[in-house]
Ligand binder design. Structure first.
Ligand code: ADP
Length: 389
């Protein structure tokens, strides 16, 4: 006898089946359809009265029918309990009009009184798959556009760099001619010309020299981007000592450069590191208050698989707000009349370090000196000297 709650449960079960958005189909052990809800009618394009009693194969594409039959035979046989089993997965459905479509289904097997039924909740995912496919295609299109634009930009940058390289290169010969001939005129005819003519000539010589330094920096910068870079273990201490030995202006009494020996070796490119050390040391010695003897301390610090090379100075310091900016091209914080320079020194350092796979930075405040650092991978395979104290 049916109790009130059983009737209620059956009615709500029937209501769920008939109002479900997904197809709900049940088949018996002979794979004949015994339940076909309204959503199944809509999705498969067949009224329930036509579907009931039909083999389920009707809604499965030919090539999957054998596998499906095998699946029904083994379904639930390997699981725990073996009375109710569930499975979910992707499959292909077949509509009455012959159209195939992707479905997601969850199947359960129910046994009662020696009879077995399989019920499937079948979701038509063709719309979702179309959207996914459209999204995928859009993504591919976007990736293609980005790749094309990047290639165009790279080409454009390469052209500009080649242009600035050849311009700078070609400018150096006439510049040297201007400087050298002005010097000749000054030396041979200076007395005859007299002031202010000789002062003007001196200005021409200074300007030509400044422009020559600028073109050299532009050449260095451009070269950094077009040349392949070989990375190797670099003995930084040896490198720093040899750079300083060639520059009397970085030695006592004109300046004091301390080395916190031993410096750790770095993984980098020797030529590029020479450029970085030269530029950072040059700045450290240059940007000091007038009348102050420049003092610089070079040290290394290990951190994980990286090493930081520090340049601490007793210079004029740098406002926090411009710490990032000074590594950009032509960013100078001090007038040229005060401190000579092209505004490319730190841009060269950053580009070189980035090309070696590292980073640059500065810790500084006005009046407190500056501590510039470059961080590069530890030298591979090189024996690591002990950390400097
Ligand atoms: P340049 O030295 O030719 O001016 P850089 O690119 O080397 O160009 O430096 C950019 C600016 O950063 C400098 O003009 C200066 O204002 C600031 N700067 C760089 N190094 C130091 C330093 N050690 N101490 C103080 N200011 C510095």
């Amino acid at each position: 006898m049916k109790t009130g709650s059983t009737v209620l449960a059956q009615r709500s079960y029937a209501a769920i089946v008939s109002s479900a958005m997904d197809a709900i189909i049940s088949i018996d052990a002979q794979q004949r359809i015994v339940l076909f809800n309204p959503a199944a009618e809509r999705i498969f394009g067949v009224p329930a009265r036509e579907a009931l009693g039909q083999p389920i194969e009707r809604f499965i594409p030919n090539r999957f029918r054998g596998t499906h039959a095998d699946h029904v035979k083994t379904f639930g046989k390997t699981g725990v309990g073996n009375r109710r089993m569930r499975e979910a997965g992707d499959a292909i459905g077949l509509r009455a009009n012959g159209e195939e479509f992707p479905v997601e289904c969850s199947i359960s097997r129910v046994e009662s009184g020696g009879r077995t039924q399989f019920s499937a909740v079948v979701r038509d995912v063709s719309e979702r798959r179309r959207t996914e496919e459209a999204l995928r295609q859009n993504e591919q299109r976007l990736e293609k556009i980005v790749a094309e634009r990047t290639a165009e930009l790279r080409e454009c940058i390469a052209e500009l760099e080649a242009f600035s390289y050849s311009l700078s290169h070609d400018m150096r010969a006439p510049l040297r001619a201007i400087r050298d001939f002005s010097q000749v005129v000054l030396a041979e005819n200076g007395e005859k010309i007299g002031a202010p003519g000789t002062d003007y000539l001196k200005i021409v010589i200074k300007a030509a020299e400044r422009l020559d330094r600028l073109t050299q920096d532009v050449l260095t910068f451009a070269r950094l981007s077009c040349q392949p870079m070989q990375l190797e273990a670099v003995d930084v201490e040896k490198l720093v000592r040899s750079i300083i030995s060639e520059r009397p202006e970085w030695q006592p009494p004109r300046a004091v450069v301390e080395i916190a020996s031993p410096l750790l070796p770095l993984g980098g490119n020797e030529a590029s590191l020479t450029q970085c050390v030269t530029n950072l040391l040059g700045n450290a010695v240059k940007f000091v208050a007038h009348g102050t003897t420049p003092w610089v301390r070079i040290s290394t610090e290990a951190g994980g698989d990286k090493v930081r090379l520090w340049f601490a100075d007793n210079g004029i310091g740098i406002d926090k707000r411009v710490h990032r900016k000074i590594f950009d091209m032509f960013q100078r914080q001090h007038s040229r009349a005060e401190y000579e320079g092209s505004g490319l020194g730190l841009a060269i350092v950053r580009r070189a370090v980035e090309r070696m796979g590292g980073e640059v930075g500065v810790v500084s405040e006005p009046g407190q000196g500056s501590r510039f650092w470059i961080e590069l991978p530890k030298a591979q395979g090189a024996e690591q000297p002990k950390l400097a104290i």
